[in-house]
Design a protein around this ligand. Structure first.
Ligand code: NDP
Length: 281
């Protein structure tokens, strides 16, 4: 239906924002659910973020997804913070109720739902997480919550991996970046949470022959959908989970928080977004 003056409202704030897939996904869910609702992209400069969030909380807007570079500002501006957002140190979901700003982090649960949707049990064995930025923090938190028995970390800047371990995985073993293949011995899950593999950049290379045959490789990068990291793992016969699963997994609880219902199951979100990323030539 066309939005009316009584439309419910939500959106996504970032800078840049034009690349975001969230408005298309949310619009498909809104339409399929027959909601009188709008979900808008907002390009907001870093210096304006907190003022913008506070002002929007005073309107009828139900909330916002928040992406780079605002995930820390979103946490700072909140009146209430979920345990996940507090532990991770970043929020990707703000909801507004009576002027009160609540911050949450659904990247963590989104990552777990991406694994479970592909039949991957995260706590099956050791997990190696590559990276130590915002995505890695959410993923390590999620793996801890899921009861993964051993977390291994490797990051270009070892000090950032050490900070992550201190905050979220004190028992994690840290491998130097150049020795990251050592983390593949006996591993069950390997996650690329670096920005390596993003279109135009170089790929993340691993010696996949060193990993057990039932290892699963998961990527947080989804542009391109088939990164070199996933392609190489698949070529060695390993299972793979692409980055769209995490994106869709974080969007589902966001939709529920904004509009009070689950996204309609009949929308194939992965196929919808894959078609946007890989349009038929
Ligand atoms: P950050 O900027 O917070 O972290 C970037 C990470 O990549 C750091 O660990 C950094 O290492 C590492 N890195 C960057 N360049 C290189 C390089 N040349 N060689 C080795 N390591 C490198 O970004 P985010 O954590 O927010 O995002 C990481 C990726 O996850 C992005 O591609 C993003 O698109 C994706 N993402 C996907 C989501 C999804 O829903 N699928 C959700 C959130 C993010 P160092 O510490 O040394 O700088």
């Amino acid at each position: 239906m066309k939005p009316t003056g009584a439309a419910q409202m939500a959106g996504v704030a970032g800078d840049p924002i034009a690349h975001s897939l969230s408005p298309s996904l949310m619009a498909a869910w809104i339409e399929a659910a027959g909601l009188d609702a709008i979900y808008s992209p907002f390009r907001i400069a870093r210096s304006d973020a907190e003022t913008f969030f506070r002002a929007l909380a005073q309107t009828q807007c139900a909330g916002l997804n928040v992406t780079l570079p605002h995930k820390q500002s979103a946490l700072a501006v909140a009146d209430q913070v979920s345990p996940a957002a507090r532990a991770i140190g970043a929020a990707n979901l703000l909801t507004f109720r009576d002027g009160i700003i609540h911050a949450d982090n659904t990247d963590a649960t989104g990552f777990l739902s991406a694994l479970l949707a592909r039949g991957v049990e995260p706590a099956r064995g050791p997990a190696l997480v590559l990276g130590a930025g915002g995505a890695a923090r959410a993923i390590v938190y999620a793996l801890g919550q899921a009861g993964v028995p051993e977390i291994r970390l490797s990051n270009r800047s070892r000090s950032n991996a050490a900070d992550l371990a201190r905050d979220l995985a004190p028992n994690a073993r840290i491998h130097d970046w150049d020795d990251r293949d050592q983390g593949l011995d006996g591993v069950a899950l390997v996650v690329n949470a670096t920005s390596l593999g993003l279109s135009g950049g170089s790929d993340l290379a691993m010696d996949w022959h060193r990993a057990p045959a039932d290892t699963v490789a998961a990527d947080s990068v989804y542009k391109p959908l088939q990164t070199g990291f996933l392609r190489d793992a698949a070529a060695c016969g390993l299972g793979t989970v692409d980055g769209l699963g995490m994106l869709i997994g974080q969007a589902r609880p966001s939709f529920e928080a904004f509009f009070g219902i689950s996204p309609p199951e009949r929308i194939d979100a992965h196929a919808l977004l894959q078609a946007m990323l890989e349009p038929a030539s």
